[in-house]
Write a protein that binds this ligand. Structure first.
Ligand code: AMP
Ligand code: MN
Ligand code: MN
Length: 325
């Protein structure tokens, strides 16, 4: 990276439907490269160039360009938080056209699709890997970089509540906070702010949640769904539903939780979570998606009921295949 010619064109890409880790690690790393003197740089992600409302305050958003305007043959492409090429959508061709491709990620299922792959399945977030690389490049943390990486780290650790929250995670958080960023303001904006229409929408969608204590070999399943019509009636954008799983997964009686979110006619983005008894990434991978042991997802087709039928069947299969039975 330090040998990059000054006029090199660098393209940063994160996964489709970017979350806090995808955008935060990408923009934080981009701001770091800017400090190294990289001038010709774009950041992008596949699909509509819409940043979810909670992430609209991220520093470095000026790096973003729509996927349609991204360099067609960059000198360097760097991918963030994507376990496989399929998460790069139409931008996958840049892996071929770029001079070289670097992958920064933390999914155990990462396929190693870059020329150089910095993948740490033990890292709590891709931002951990990004910060390590910035440190190796002698880029000092400033408040802009730190805020991006903090959003990424706090998103993927569930605000420092999940199992991946190691001493090293808190040490990284301490280094980031030492730049003067304001965790209260950041958390309120990223996690605790939504339009009243979204509050009403959540009420309706949570009101139709189903609990199936016998599913997942008795570990229990709780699920709900939201349609495009639900969104339209409440005047909300699809990204407001990202937070819904956090309300559903509270359910004491179920190890597995699931939200089925319509993205088009007959197409659903599925979010799954587990409290520990079930490896939901196995279910997601079996249904064409991916993720982590306790947080995974896939694209479902058909009706919401058909999608949930498939999940139920895979949950039983996944459990009979494990020692937990
Ligand atoms: P989400 O429920 O969207 O927050 O996603 C949880 C985890 O599942 C993330 O770590 C994603 O990387 C992964 N994931 C979600 N959707 C997909 C998908 N369609 N394909 C592969 N991985 C996915
Ligand atoms: Mn992600
Ligand atoms: Mn991540």
């Amino acid at each position: 990276m330090q040998q990059l010619p000054p006029d090199a064109r660098v393209l940063l890409i994160c996964h489709v439907n970017p979350d806090g880790d995808a955008l935060g690690s990408m923009l934080g790393f981009g701001l770091g490269l800017r400090r190294l003197g990289v001038r010709r740089m774009q950041a992008t992600f596949p699909g509509p160039p819409e940043v979810p409302e909670p992430l609209k305050g991220l520093p470095g958003l000026d790096l973003l360009v729509p996927a349609t305007e991204a360099y067609s043959d960059p000198d360097l492409v760097v991918c963030f938080d994507a376990a496989s090429e399929s998460r790069l959508g139409d931008l996958v061709d840049r892996l071929e056209s770029a001079g070289t491709a670097l992958v920064l990620d933390h999914h155990a299922s990462n396929t190693g699709f870059g020329r150089v792959n910095l993948v740490d399945p033990h890292a709590a977030a891709t931002s951990v890997v990004a910060e390590e690389l910035l440190a190796r490049l002698d880029v000092p943390l400033d408040a802009g970089i730190a805020e991006c990486l903090y959003v990424a780290l706090s998103t993927d650790t569930g605000s420092f509540r999940f199992e991946a929250t190691t001493p090293a995670v808190h040490q990284l958080a301490a280094r980031l906070l030492a730049t003067g960023i304001r965790p209260g303001d950041i958390s309120r904006r990223v996690f605790d702010t939504r339009p009243f229409g979204a509050v009403k929408l959540f009420g309706e969608v949570l009101g139709r949640a189903r609990l199936e204590p016998a599913a997942a070999a008795g570990h229990g399943l709780v699920w709900t769904y939201a349609t495009l019509d639900d969104l339209a009636r409440h005047g909300q954008r699809p990204s407001v539903l990202e937070a819904l799983i956090d309300s559903v997964r509270c359910t004491a009686e179920a190890d597995v939780s699931c939200v089925v979110k319509q993205t088009a006619a007959g197409e659903w983005a599925v979010s799954m979570r587990s409290k520990g008894a079930v490896d939901v990434s196995r279910v997601a991978v079996a249904l064409g998606g991916g993720g982590h042991r306790f947080a995974a997802g896939f694209t479902g087709r058909g009706t919401a009921d058909e999608v949930v039928d498939r999940i139920r069947a895979e949950l039983d299969g996944a459990l009979t295949g494990t020692a937990r039975g």
